[in-house]
Each structure stands twice: as structure tokens, then as C-alpha cells.
Write a protein that binds this ligand. Structure first.
Ligand SMILES: Nc1ncnc2c1ncn2[C@@H]1O[C@H](COP(=O)(O)OP(=O)(O)O)[C@@H](O)[C@H]1O
Ligand SMILES: [Mg+2]
Length: 353
């Protein structure tokens, strides 16, 4: 919520008017008691000293009571929450991002301090996730780079051996080339993702035919589905669907969804690419009847470097879906996934037309 919004939205004040009206009325009533006392002591014909003592004691009590009450109210409504916030801030400053401060009121009764606490919690959570990402990112990158380098080193050592048959030699060369390719894709993906994350890529928006783009993307996989003996179906409802988006970024999404579908589907399976539109939206689905994924995997598939199914880990680097998600975030689109282990997976992309 923006600052002005909060100012407008917050009707509940920490120190509402009613408290001050309360004070006013209480003081009026208490002064009434003072007059009553005065009349009473005059009636009883007390001497002047006694009158002063009675009235002074009365006001000493009243002033003491009010002071204590005010002090307690300020402490309860203001000081204690501030102390809690200060405590939490101190912990965060030391690097503990797990702290959360409880809001004081129920949500309907939120005042600005509650909103401040809520935003404080959000900021802390955000900081925490950036910190984990950063740490994970480095360990993942190092791991991903080390593996192909080890492969290259190994194969190069083996190549040094004298008397290798031409076939074996070719095999080692092939392994080295593949590992080098893998390194190349990895670095390209990291750079792409980094650019997208920093938003130094502003989508270069043009109008283009999405259906044509989908078909072009799918055709690139022709050799894959033929080689793997997978049935590919294109179920494109619209003949042409002009959309305004970045025509160079979006293929990253389709290519990755399709490559995953072909990768995680066994030979003999089916992959379907579907497109339809309505209500100002266009929907693209990539569905397969491959291995699917369990609940835990599904939760992490958009994380950088996450690979659920390790049996195919050499064919990717876990950056594909992170990239796809980022592209869609920049393109005002959404991505959703339905998947069941052993049954298959469906990715659903929704874009505004
Ligand atoms: N169609 C799919 N079927 C089953 N699992 C999938 C599918 N698409 C993605 N996944 C899971 O999501 C993970 C992350 O995907 P992705 O980011 O593209 O990385 P990569 O393809 O390099 O593994 C995959 O490792 C896999 O576990
Ligand atoms: Mg992938």
C-alpha cells in the first residue's frame, strides 16, 4: 500500500478522539466533585487548614490517577509495540531474517502502526528470500560449472593415452563437445536471467501473430519427437491471434515448456500444444502424459537451478522455468501448473490480449 493510501485507509487512530473527549468529561466531572466537596466542608464548618488539606488530597489523588492512567496508556498503545519493533530491527541488523512482529489489532481494526508492522514483516521476508537466493545461487552456479569442467578434464586425460581406437577417440571428443555446449548454455542462461532480473531488458513490445510463433517454436522440436517416438498434437483454435508483447522474449517460454514436455515424456507418449482465447485473454497450454511431478517438486520448479527429476539433470540446468516465469512477469502474463506423478503435466500460460 502506498503512503497516501495508508493515510486514507487508516481510520483507526492509535490515540482516538474519544480518549481526549473522555479526559475532558472526566475532568469536568471531577471539578464537579471539587465543588461538591467545597460545599460539604463549608457546611461542616471545617477550619481553613482542614479545607485546604481535604481539597489538596482530593486533587493529589485525581492528578496521580490521571498521570498513572496516561502513562499506562502511552506505554501500552505506543511504547511496547515500538520496543517490539526495535527488538526485531536489531535482530535483522544482525542477519536474522526469521523474525516477525505480531500486529496489535485484528485486521479490520488495523491502524498505521499495524500497517507499518505488516510492511516491516514483508520487507524482512523479502530480504530473507533474497539472502537465501544469493547464497544458493553461488553454490548452485559453482556446482553446475564444476561438473562439466570435470567431465572435460577427465576425457582430455583419457584422450592423452596412446593407441586409442578411432571410435573411442570420437567418443571422448563427443563427450568434451557436449560438456562444453552445456557450459555454454549454462552461462548464456545465467546471463539472460541476470539481465531479465535487473530489468535491463525492457520488453520490446510489437504486435505479432502468436499462433504463428507457437507453430514455429513447435517445429524446432520435430526431430526430437520423431527420434523419441512421441506423438505431438497442435490444437490451435485461432487462425491468427495478434498480441502485443515482446516477440523475442516469449519464445523462451514456449521453447522451455515444450523442451520440458518432450524431456519428461517417455517414448510412445503424447505432447499437446493448445491455444485458445476469450474474454480478452489468450491461453496457451503445454500438456504431456509423461512422468509428472510430486507436490514438493511442483512447489520449487520455478526456483533457479531447481531440478526435480535428477535422471535428466544433465540435459538441463534448472533455469528454464525460472526464465519462463520472469519473461511472463515482464509480459504481464501468468503461468500455472497442474501435475500428477506418473500421469503427466500441464502448464497453462495466460496472457492479456
Ligand atoms: N513437463 C514436465 N514434467 C515433469 N516435470 C517437469 C516438467 N517440466 C518441468 N518439470 C520439473 O521442473 C524442473 C525444473 O524445470 P526447468 O526449470 O525447465 O529446468 P530443467 O529443464 O533444466 O530441469 C525439472 O527438473 C523437472 O523436475
Ligand atoms: Mg527445462
Amino acid at each position: 500500500m502506498k503512503h497516501q493510501d495508508i493515510a486514507k485507509a487508516v481510520k483507526n487512530s492509535r490515540f482516538p478522539k474519544s480518549i481526549f473527549i473522555g479526559y475532558y468529561v472526566a475532568l469536568l466531572l471531577l471539578s464537579g466533585v471539587h465543588i461538591g466537596l467545597l460545599l460539604g466542608v463549608e457546611e461542616a464548618r471545617f477550619n481553613d487548614i482542614l479545607i485546604i488539606i481535604v481539597l489538596m488530597s482530593y486533587w493529589a489523588l485525581v492528578a496521580g490517577g490521571l498521570t498513572l492512567y496516561t502513562r499506562q496508556q502511552v506505554r501500552k498503545t505506543y511504547e511496547l509495540p515500538m520496543i517490539r519493533l526495535a527488538d526485531a530491527a536489531a535482530k535483522i541488523a544482525k542477519g536474522d531474517f526469521s523474525v516477525r512482529v505480531e500486529p496489535i489489532n485484528e485486521h479490520e481494526k488495523f491502524d498505521y502502526l499495524d500497517y507499518m508492522i505488516e510492511d516491516f514483516n514483508k520487507m524482512t521476508a523479502e530480504l530473507g528470500s533474497i539472502e537465501t537466493l544469493r547464497v544458493d545461487f553461488f553454490s548452485n552456479v559453482s556446482h553446475e560449472i564444476k561438473t562439466p569442467i570435470a567431465v572435460i578434464q577427465n576425457s582430455a586425460e583419457l584422450l592423452k593415452k596412446p593407441g586409442l581406437s578411432e571410435e573411442t577417440r570420437q567418443e571422448y571428443v563427443e563427450t568434451i563437445t557436449n560438456a562444453a555446449k552445456r557450459l555454454n548454455t549454462l552461462i548464456t542462461n545465467i546471463l539472460k536471467l541476470n539481465k531479465l532480473e535487473k530489468q535491463s531488458i525492457t520488453p520490446n513490445v510489437t504486435e505479432f501473430d502468436l499462433c504463428d510463433q507457437l507453430v514455429q517454436s513447435a517445429l524446432m522440436f520435430e526431430s526430437v519427437w520423431e527420434k523419441k517416438n512421441i506423438e505431438f498434437e497442435a490444437d490451435i483454435a485461432d487462425e491468427r491471434k495478434m498480441i502485443t508483447a515482446d516477440a523475442e522474449l516469449l519464445p523462451l517460454v514456449w521453447n522451455n515448456l515444450l523442451s520440458n514436455a518432450f524431456k519428461f515424456t517417455e517414448s510412445g507418449g503424447t505432447v499437446t500444444l493448445r491455444e485458445y482465447s476469450g474474454n480478452g485473454k489468450v491461453i496457451v497450454e503445454v500438456e504431456d502424459n509423461g512422468c509428472g511431478m510430486d507436490e514438493k517438486t511442483r512447489k520449487h520448479i520455478f526456483d533457479k537451478f531447481y531440478q526435480g527429476d535428477t535422471s535428466h539433470s544433465t540435459e538441463g540446468n534448472g533455469l528454464g522455468l525460472a526464465l519462463a516465469l520472469r519473461v511472463l512477469q515482464l509480459s504481464d502474463g501468468e503461468i500455472d501448473v497442474q501435475s500428477e506423478q506418473g500421469k503427466g503435466t500441464k502448464f497453462i500460460v495466460t496472457m492479456n490480449i
